[in-house]
Design a protein around this ligand. Sequence first.
Ligand code: C2O
Ligand code: CU
Length: 462
Amino acid sequence: MLSRRNFIKAGALAACAGLQLEPSRAFAGREPFRLTASAGEVRIESDQQTATRVMYYNQSIPGPVIRIPQGRESLIRFQNRLDEPSTVHWHGLRIDNSMDGVPDVTQAPVMPGGEFEYRLTPPDAGTYWYHSHLRSWYQLAMGLAGVLVVEETDPPKVDRDLVLAIDDWRLDQAMQMDTGSFGSMHDWAHSGRLGNYLTVNGKPETTFEVSSGERVRLRLVNTANARIMNLLLEARQMSIVALDGQPVKPHAPDSGRIRLAPGQRCDLIIDMVESPGHRSPIEVVVGEYAYDVARFSYGPEVRRDQLPDTPIELPDNPANKVRLPADFRHVPMLMQGGAMGGMSSAIYQGREMGLRELIGQNKAWAINGVVDMSDQPLFRVERGTAVSLDIVNDNAWPHAMHIHGHHFVDDRRPGIWRDTTLFERGEKGAMQFVADNPGKWLIHCHMAEHMAAGMVSWFEVV
Ligand code: C2O
Ligand code: CU
């Protein structure tokens, strides 16, 4: 089954997996990790005629997997070699507000040629990601995203630790970014910018070489602007062990399906129980089609005949050990707007505008009748207050709501701590958390175009 080329690849993968068992000391010390944003070119398909023009971190799509230790400070020196300002947001990390990477809220934009040193001391281990937070509807779509892993001090034993950044691109016939449709109000008022080309780790097809008997940890990250990824994995022995970085009771996904909204992550532990030569696809389901985006390919050797009997449960994080009280400060959040949403008007920049006028200003969405961030926060609370954001998704579209600097429980799925949760059209639910991280934090839809078109607000913890 395997060609020679695949054998070479298998060797390389095994070597990497071995290295990853070592904690990444490189970033734990005083020596900062350099993360540089620039514009350049990549070949998404190896036989591609003209390379695709992109923006990337460290000249790679996606950016490098950054591995840092839990509970200790790591320095990341961001250098902006783009010809436009940018910032880096560390999605899901409960870090100091000044390191959150939100332009004009937590820091000044990093200008072309400029630098900013991010100091990250993540209290929680798990799978996170980083991305541009400046005009992210453009910079994220152009490629400015990567995966960040916070290593457990005592991780469950696995043979391989694989990262899968799943993305979609909108490309033209020449494999160039469809730039003409950036800023399309049709996209912004509907589902956001959906791509026509799916990738895993920047490639249309990725083969992960595995061996029978191995135990593999899979870190799935949806880095797309707007597409909800419906994944279908063929694996008989798999358990979800974490969502958005936070440990959950290991459980099998419902008939192999995993639904990941933009910004969400899922950690799986899979026992490779098939025989040498077997291939197990990883598919993205779009409508009635399933696209094969990656696969496990079993090599000829057998790692072990018996499944490992070590536990797969992840150690608790401080985030998922929080106990929510019975009483909350309730904050209603009415989400309105978009095409076919029936919103007639909303306040933008202090003035009431009709939907047509808003569309003329490239705006289409409102939270509690207000478009975009205003001077006043959605709420301001004292540190330690338990907050319940009572959401009514009163429009025709799904939204992936994300809170900065905190994890929360979605009351529709008690006991699971997330930083991003999906509300389908018409759905209601509450995002409940203890506001314990001081500063000004964003709350927004992670469909980048919805955020750009107004579905963003902020709150303050004092
Ligand atoms: Cu992943 Cu405000 O973002
Ligand atoms: Cu949205």
